[in-house]
Design a protein around this ligand. Structure first.
Ligand SMILES: [Zn+2]
Length: 411
């Protein structure tokens, strides 16, 4: 089996076959990405509180935007006229796009879904927006995306088995249609394995997506949606041996430091997650010992940086006491400085992980990380997730038409 394709090359381990941590080079129309890599989330074409040059300076090689949100506002015509998302944002490195599939979990009350297509009710102006597998691919191609996600149907944790089976069958049908619609001269197309938290369905979906022709990458989707962590890793562990080793693997929506270390250990090549920047804006900052709350009294008079030995611009220039003051005073600079620190922490974690894989010492790196790092507990995670979900249930100007009110939308 070749371990090198025109779009992905495994660089370590040399045979590339073994399951476990690996480094590689992802080759996209807008340049190369050293993997494993983290994709900061730029849903609306912006990593919140940071400019594209900030993101690049922090070590960001590729960002992920949301095609659905950008199609609603400002619209794909304008973005195309601006030279695609790269020209519009002023970012010349690779861009991934999510299809809008994920919005089926966060905007569930505002959509109708059938095998043919999803119909969203815009939260901006109430207009109906149709997304089919074919139009989702075309939209991402017009945006100029380097990594294109097939339209899929993820589910929140807790849906019954029948529902999971139906969503999986639809995801497979849509993946086939996406692969047929995809222009191979555009970005790399990622099929998405689903299957909820049912072990056998995860296995079935991973096999199906692995065997599907016409995709260049595989994403594992539908995780980190409220299920316990051990269940999440069981699902990843079911998938990994079934995925073709010569295709890059992306883990959708997962990106706390401890999850990154575990995902890399299992051979995941790329991750995206809004968590590092989202928690930063709530004053939660990463350190090698775990996440700390900048509002904690211990920082009130701390004139040293929030993290010793951090190489970020925030820690180089500003004290923890100043950061706490900015958060208390609700100064906008607080969001920017905290986001700089957290994103740099994450990218540096990947730098260190790649170096350890190259040196053959990843197991030691993983043990050392876990020995020092105390993850935030499940309650804290759920609280953060709840805050975020509520912020996503956008009501704004558009009211639901009456016939949508009585219908949950999901079949
Ligand atoms: Zn820092």
């Amino acid at each position: 089996m070749t371990m090198s394709t025109p779009y992905f090359r495994v660089t370590s381990p040399p045979d590339g076959i073994a399951l476990g941590p690996r480094t590689g080079i992802l080759i996209t129309p807008h340049g190369e990405v050293q993997t494993p890599a983290f994709l900061p989330v730029a849903t609306q074409g912006s990593v919140k509180a940071l400019s594209p040059s900030d993101v690049a300076a922090l070590g960001g090689q590729v960002v992920i935007c949301n095609a659905y949100h950008l199609a609603l506002r400002p619209g794909v015509d304008l973005i195309e006229q601006a030279g695609g998302l790269h020209g519009f944002m002023g970012w010349d490195r690779p861009i991934a796009t999510d299809s809008g599939g994920f919005q089926m979990t966060s905007l569930a009350h505002r959509l109708r879904i059938s095998d043919e297509a999803v119909t969203f009710l815009s939260h901006i102006d109430g207009a109906q927006f149709h997304l089919s597998p074919e139009s989702a691919v075309a939209l991402q191609e017009r945006l100029g995306a380097d990594m294109i996600m097939c339209l899929d149907q993820p589910l929140n944790y807790g849906v019954d088995r029948d529902g999971v089976e139906r969503a999986m069958a639809r995801t497979h049908l849509w993946a086939e249609r996406s692969a047929r619609a995809h222009n191979p001269r555009s970005g790399l197309l990622y099929g998405i394995a689903q299957g909820g938290t049912e072990m056998d369905l995860r296995e079935e979906s991973s096999r199906f997506i692995a065997e599907l022709d016409g995709t260049q990458g595989i994403a594992i989707g539908g995780l980190s949606l409220g299920e316990p962590k051990d269940v999440m890793w069981e699902m990843v562990d079911v998938s990994m041996p079934l995925l073709p080793p010569h295709k890059p693997r992306h883990l959708l929506g997962v990106g706390s430091p401890e999850d990154i270390v575990e995902g890399v250990a299992r051979g995941i090549d790329t991750f995206d997650c809004a968590l590092p920047t989202r928690v930063a804006r709530n004053g939660a900052l990463y350190t090698p010992q775990g996440r700390v709350d900048i509002l904690n009294a211990r920082y009130t008079r701390e004139l040293g940086p929030v993290m010793e030995d951090c190489d970020c611009a925030t820690c180089a220039t500003h004290s923890a006491a100043y950061l706490q003051h900015l958060f208390k005073a609700k100064e906008l600079l607080a969001y920017r400085l905290a986001s700089i620190h957290n994103l740099r922490f994450i990218h540096r974690l990947f730098d260190d992980a790649r170096a350890a894989i190259g040196a053959g010492t990843y197991e030691q790196f993983r043990r050392d990380f876990h020995a020092a790092y105390t993850p935030s507990d499940a309650a804290a995670r759920e609280e953060q997730r709840g805050l975020w979900l509520r912020s996503q249930q956008v009501r704004e100007q558009a009211d639901l038409p009456e016939e949508w009110e009585s219908d949950p939308g999901l079949d």
